[in-house]
Design a protein around this ligand. Sequence first.
Ligand SMILES: NC(=O)C1=CN([C@@H]2O[C@H](COP(=O)(O)OP(=O)(O)OC[C@H]3O[C@@H](n4cnc5c(N)ncnc54)[C@H](O)[C@@H]3O)[C@@H](O)[C@H]2O)C=CC1
Ligand SMILES: O=C(O)[C@H](O)CS(=O)(=O)O
Length: 500
Amino acid sequence: MSRQLIKDEKLRNYINGKWFFPSTEKYADVKNPANLEALVQVPLSGEAEVAAATGAAKIAQKKWALVPAPQRAEVLYRVGLLMKERKEELSQLLTMENGKVIEEARGEVQEGIDMAFYMAGEGRRLFGQTTPSELKDKFAMSVRAPVGVVGIITPWNFPIAIATWKSFPAIVAGNAVVWKPATETPIMAYELAKIFEEAGLPKGVINVVFGSGSTVGEAMLEQDDIRVISFTGSNDVGRNIAAKCGERLKKVSLEMGGKNAVIVMDDADLSLAVEGILWSAFGTSGQRCTACSRVMVHEDLKEELEERLQVEIAKLTIGNGLDESIKVGPVINEHGLNKIKQYIEIGKDEGAKLLTGGYVMDSGEHAAGNYFAPTLFTDATADMRIAQEEIFGPVVSLIPVTSLEEAIEINNQVEFGLSSSIFTRDVNKVFAAQRDLDTGIVYVNAGTTGAEIHLPFGGTKGTGNGHRDSGVAALDVFTEWKAIYVDFSGKLQRAQIDVE
Ligand SMILES: NC(=O)C1=CN([C@@H]2O[C@H](COP(=O)(O)OP(=O)(O)OC[C@H]3O[C@@H](n4cnc5c(N)ncnc54)[C@H](O)[C@@H]3O)[C@@H](O)[C@H]2O)C=CC1
Ligand SMILES: O=C(O)[C@H](O)CS(=O)(=O)O
């Protein structure tokens, strides 16, 4: 049934309000990670498409910026309504191309809907400041001005939500967008472009160019008319983008990896902690930048936590996420599987104890897809590679600790700083932890995932470069502050007036 949701076998780029096959005539197959069934072919476009999209965006942006922000917001509001109408269909398509289980796919699509309504609200705010002037009969204020053409580059793990986190604030602020989605998950981008079209977004305000990072992504960096690059993805790619944009003085917003941890103190509600760890370590098969991959557990609770987690992991159903009873879907592709496999060997060699999982599931109903068994290591230490590096798979390691201070120190001893969590009933520990955990997101008595769209999303250290997606903070990426002085004294005032 769901296969019928796919109407076009060959996807097309969306440039200047029209649909184009790629001039390169090259395509890549997109496969369902749950069964390796071919879904669609994604264009592998070239530099010509990036240039055309940028040119169209530049022209469109000039007009779009003059549309009053509340009217720009109405288009986003319609986008939200259309997404809501099509929520179930979009969710099924998302599960098919990405593999995440349907319940999570619905959650991701809902994030996009929420972001549409939230950013539509910004069309009536986009607050600036007014301040007193130093001079008599003079008015001083600041407003947010659009940046111009913005480039967004998005990953496969949240193919619709992350795109909405970036494109919606950009559009409501009066920018035009050139968007390169990940080639692994182009269907969500294709459907979102159709929704923008149906909602009446003027031609050229959003342009979608499918293709590889090395061709389309790199070409975007070289377009001087693209004034901002907003990127979510891996650290290596993010560093390269930052370096190249630095040479051109292009603004860059980066959201990258994580090595997120849950802390379980000796006074924790253990049932709650088990649930929080399960959901944030194995949800989306561990392929969230916020996924929990370390647990610092107080030594007094270590054995009990090991036992209870093993019992719960054994109950997880693994398979095609379109089946409502499935709790853990496949990982995105063979490359992902191989990376996870390597980390299992690394963990064993380093001396961590493998309690459960640690293998590719490749027989019976799992034979055709990319399945990895949910994996639990214990007795890991803070310096092990499995406790330092991003695995991006369903693997979590327990690290015993004796105090909150030790747990926080270990939490902060990694390259990344995205999300962290603490389970405790002690309010003093809660406040100390939220102050001292060096991450952009801190959860108390909840796992490391589940960000809400009206708060800033992003992290410290190697996770980013000081910008945030989501919330009002996202507007900082897509606007320039403009200071405006209006002198109504009728004379050229030069100096501050002395107060007599
Ligand atoms: N902090 C955050 O907000 C999030 C971070 N991520 C991170 O994303 C990664 C997984 O996503 P992937 O798609 O595998 O990452 P990736 O870095 O390989 O790809 C991300 C995007 O960048 C493009 N790209 C690749 N090479 C490029 C280049 N040279 N120039 C320009 N663009 C290029 C890709 O085609 C894709 O569209 C993980 O490391 C994860 O932690 C994922 C979600 C959220
Ligand atoms: O991008 C992600 O990994 C998620 O959208 C953020 S969360 O839901 O895990 O907080």
